[in-house]
Design a protein around this ligand. Structure first.
Ligand SMILES: NC(=O)c1ccc[n+]([C@@H]2O[C@H](COP(=O)([O-])OP(=O)(O)OC[C@H]3O[C@@H](n4cnc5c(N)ncnc54)[C@H](OP(=O)(O)O)[C@@H]3O)[C@@H](O)[C@H]2O)c1
Length: 283
C-alpha cells in the first residue's frame, strides 16, 4: 500500500517512515527537506499520486501562535484538496490529547490544532485523528517554553506521556486500518506530575534549571486544569515506561534523584494494552 507521510523527516515522521517501510509499504517521506511543502503546495501532487493513505505528522513551531494557525490551516486544506484529487482513501492526522479542551485559548497552539481537526472532520473525506499524549522526547521543550530566568514554571497538572516510538507504532497501525471517522486516543502507561517528570528529563541532560510548580503557569499559551492533559478511560495504553525509555536512550543520568523510580502518581483506570498498570493509585 502506498502511503505518503507528511512531516516524514520529523521526530515521529522518521520513526513512522522506517516502520511502514519495514512492514513492506511503499512510503513517500514528504517534507520541505525532500522537496514537498504542504503549506505552499509545492511537490504535493507528485507526493500524493497513487497514495492510498496520507499521514500528517507535520508541525509548525509551538511558540509562534499566528504561524501555527496559518500553517495548520493552509497545510491541512492543501492536503485534503490534493488528497481528494489523488483518490486518497484515508487521511490521518496526529494531534494532541485534550486539544478540544485546550483550544479555548483563542490564540494558542491548541487553537491551531483544533482548527486542523475541524477542517478534517468537515472535509467529507474518510479520516482518523490520532490523539497522543506528550512525547518523552518533548519534555525538554516543555521546559524551554516555560522558562523564565533559569526557572521552569509549570502548572500543577498531571501528564501521562509516551515514547515517540510508541506514537509511531500507534499511528502506523491506525493508518493501515480502516478510517474511523473520529478520534482515537493513545497514552503512556504511567501518570506523573508535570513538574516532576520535566525535572527528571532535565536531570537526565544535566540541565541545571530549577523546576517549580506554579498554579498560574500557562502551557503553550493556555491555562491548565489538573487533569486536562490526561486521556479518556478508553485510551489505548502504550507499553514503554519512562524509566525503560531513559535506560534505552543511553544518556547520562544526573541529579540527586536520578536513577530512582519516577514519581508516577496513579495508574490509568481503564487500559486496553498489556503491561500498562503497575503504579499504585495515589489519587
Ligand atoms: N510534542 C508532543 O508531545 C506531541 C504530542 C501529541 C501530538 N503531537 C503532534 O505530533 C505532530 C508531529 O510532531 P513532531 O514532534 O514529530 O514534529 P517535528 O519533529 O517538529 O517535525 C515536523 C515535521 O514537519 C515538517 N514540516 C514543517 N513544515 C512543513 C511544510 N511546510 N511542508 C511539509 N513538511 C513540513 C518538517 O520537515 P521540514 O522542516 O523539512 O519541512 C518535519 O518533518 C505535531 O502535529 C504535533 O502537534 C505532538
Amino acid at each position: 500500500m502506498k502511503i505518503a507521510v507528511i512531516g516524514g523527516t520529523g521526530l515521529i515522521g522518521t520513526r513512522l517512515v522506517a516502520r511502514l517501510a519495514a512492514d513492506g509499504h511503499e512510503v513517500v517521506s514528504a517534507s520541505r527537506a525532500t522537496g514537498v511543502d504542504s503549506y505552499t503546495g509545492e511537490g504535493l501532487a507528485e507526493a500524493l499520486a497513487g497514495a492510498i493513505a496520507v499521514i500528517d505528522v507535520s508541525n509548525s513551531g509551538y511558540l509562534d501562535e499566528r504561524g501555527a494557525k496559518d500553517f495548520f490551516y493552509g497545510s491541512t486544506l492543501n492536503l485534503l484538496t490534493y488528497g481528494a484529487a489523488a483518490g486518497v482513501r484515508h487521511h490521518l492526522a496526529l494531534s494532541v490529547v485534550g486539544t478540544d479542551r485546550l483550544a479555548r485559548t483563542e490564540r494558542g497552539y491548541f487553537a491551531a490544532k483544533a482548527a486542523q481537526e475541524q477542517l478534517i472532520r468537515r472535509s467529507g473525506q474518510p479520516y482518523t485523528i490520532v490523539h497522543a499524549t506528550q512525547f518523552f522526547e518533548f519534555l525538554p521543550h516543555i521546559a524551554d517554553a516555560a522558562t523564565s530566568r533559569d526557572t521552569v514554571r509549570l502548572a500543577d497538572a498531571l501528564v501521562q506521556p509516551m515514547a515517540a516510538d510508541d506514537v509511531a507504532a500507534a499511528v502506523a497501525d491506525t493508518a493501515t486500518g480502516s478510517p474511523l471517522n473520529g478520534i482515537v486516543e493513545f497514552a503512556g502507561p504511567e501518570q506523573f506530575r508535570l513538574e516532576e517528570i520535566v525535572r527528571r528529563a532535565l536531570q537526565m541532560r544535566r540541565d541545571p534549571r530549577e523546576v517549580v510548580e506554579d498554579p498560574l503557569a500557562r502551557y503553550f499559551g493556555t491555562d491548565l486544569d489538573e487533569r486536562e492533559l490526561l486521556p479518556g478511560s478508553d485510551a489505548t495504553i502504550a507499553p514503554t515506561r519512562f524509566d525503560e525509555w531513559l535506560a534505552a536512550t543511553g544518556r547520562p543520568v544526573g541529579g540527586a534523584s536520578a536513577g530512582s523510580a519516577p514519581a508516577a502518581v496513579s495508574a490509568p483506570s481503564a487500559v486496553s494494552a498489556p503491561s500498562a498498570v503497575s503504579a499504585p493509585s495515589a489519587d
